[in-house]
Ligand binder design. Structure first.
Ligand code: HEC
Ligand code: HEC
Length: 290
């Protein structure tokens, strides 16, 4: 191509030698403004390398003379945020659950803290939306094993249920009527029909009638005459469509035969009191709090 270089007759400028269909490229110098910005960038980047962390080394990187670190910056931001929170945390510590619920700024702070603590500590058992799973209660409804007042919820969270590390854990154990041979298989099947009847489901009427007598003997103390449950004993209502373990014939039969005895950890041993309080306020706010 070099041999094609010549002086353009029209403008008098040298060409680069590139030519397409008779159109030639002029070899104009770079504009000055462009060149100066380019030099400025070079100078700037050298200054930047000296001032800030820039070049990767084998196991670290050049640190820069200003000693800047984004990690340190985040740490400072976190410390500032903690300081801002400290005031609220102190207020939460001193406030009663009722006071928190009635003071909008405290409530908002408690709900935010409760929500994030819930996601970290509780969602694996209760679900990320607190919707629950079989054996792990839904916390969004107004159906409570152990009571739905703020104080009840706080107690359940702080001490848990049927765990071995808290003497104040919620506890009450439904007998395993089949395994412990309190009732025969036939009797369990009868009382199962009665539970189906209590909960408004299809059932075998004559069997349910025999089951009613068994229910009155064996179950009323905890589940109540009408099956409405007893939150001082953690006994769920049996007269509605909300089930912890399942409301079909086979699952009810299985619950009565072997009992269940769900275990929840004592969070008062793991989390600080302010977090437990925030969790209680959060769970109470989920919709079903009394
Ligand atoms: C290891 C699983 C597990 C984890 C984690 C867990 N729970 Fe539970 N939770 C349970 C079980 C099981 C029950 C039901 C206990 C029972 O049958 O009496 C329960 C019951 C409850 C209840 C009582 C519900 C009612 O109807 O009275 C509340 C409130 C509760 N949990 C809140 C929490 C909070 C808040 C956290 C997080 C700090 C949490 N749980 C973490 C398993 C868990
Ligand atoms: C000592 C109190 C107690 C007695 C007596 C008792 N229960 Fe229970 N029952 C409970 C508790 C507490 C639960 C909660 C489940 C758990 O143990 O985790 C429960 C749960 C159940 C469930 C599961 C409900 C659900 O939502 O899935 C059924 C069904 C049930 N009981 C039926 C009976 C029947 C029928 C009898 C009598 C033959 C009976 N219970 C006697 C305390 C009792």
């Amino acid at each position: 191509m070099a041999e094609n270089k010549d002086i353009d007759a029209f403008s008098g400028i040298k060409t680069t030698g590139h030519e397409w269909d008779g159109i030639k490229e002029l070899d104009n110098p770079l504009p000055n403004w462009w060149r100066w910005i380019f030099y400025a960038c070079v100078v700037w980047s050298v200054g930047y390398w000296v001032a800030y962390p820039a070049w990767p080394l084998i196991s670290s990187h050049t640190k820069g003379v200003l000693g800047y670190s984004s990690r340190a910056e985040v740490a400072t931001e976190i410390a500032t945020a903690r300081q801002a929170q400290a005031g609220f945390r102190a207020k939460l510590e001193g406030a009663s659950l009722e006071q928190i619920r009635t003071q909008p700024d405290l409530l908002e702070f408690a709900l935010a803290g409760g929500r994030s603590a819930f996601n970290v500590n509780c969602s694996q058992c209760h679900g990320s939306g607190a919707q629950g799973f079989a054996g792990y209660p839904n916390l969004n409804d107004d159906e409570w094993l152990w009571g739905g007042s703020l104080v009840d919820i706080q107690k359940t969270i702080a001490h848990g249920a049927r765990n071995t590390d808290d003497d104040d854990a919620r506890t009450s154990d439904m007998p395993a009527f089949g395994r412990d041979e309190i009732l025969t298989e036939a009797q369990i099947s009868e009382v199962t029909e009665y539970v189906l009847k209590l909960s408004g489901q299809g059932h075998d009427a004559p069997k349910a009638e025999r089951g009613a007598a068994l229910y009155n003997d064996q179950c009323v103390a905890c589940h109540g005459k009408d099956g409405s449950g007893d939150s001082s004993l953690g006994a769920p209502a049996l007269n509605n469509a909300i089930w912890l373990y399942g409301g079909d014939r086979q699952t009810i039969n299985e619950t009565i035969s072997n009992s269940r005895r769900g275990v929840m950890p004592a969070w008062g041993k793991i989390l600080d009191p302010v977090t437990v309080k925030s969790l209680a306020v959060y769970v109470h706010s989920l919709g079903g709090g009394r």
